[in-house]
Design a binder for this molecule. Structure first.
Ligand code: HEM
Length: 78
């Protein structure tokens, strides 16, 4: 887990959860499975809210996460 959790917007975290990491940026980094087919927008939103609260408790909660999940899901459905 990383700086995604401390960002102003949850978009990058959501992107990684939905898509996984198909092509690692470097050869010493691994692959991560996508969860877009196994989790609903609500489930992703719950997970994202939990991770934010757990690992960036000093930062404000992200708003409208479920809607953002829906938007990012649309953008990546290709
Ligand atoms: C719902 C569960 C999971 C969440 C929320 C999650 C979240 C994340 C996040 C936020 C990153 C960082 C991406 C970035 O650099 O921007 C990451 C990286 C990664 N994840 Fe996951 N992940 C999950 C499950 C898994 C599973 C099941 C696997 C493997 C079977 C996995 C393997 C990896 C790997 C290999 C990386 C790259 C790590 C590196 O930088 O070396 N993840 N994950």
């Amino acid at each position: 887990m990383n700086s995604n959790l401390h960002s102003d917007a949850p978009d990058n975290l959501i992107q990684v959860i939905l898509h996984g990491i198909a092509k690692p940026a470097a050869t010493d980094l691994g692959y991560m499975p996508a969860f877009k087919d196994s989790m609903t927008d609500g489930q992703v939103a719950e997970l994202v809210a939990f991770l934010r609260g757990q690992f960036a408790p000093d930062k404000p909660v992200w708003n409208d996460v479920a809607a953002t999940v829906g938007r990012i899901r649309q953008n990546i459905a290709r």
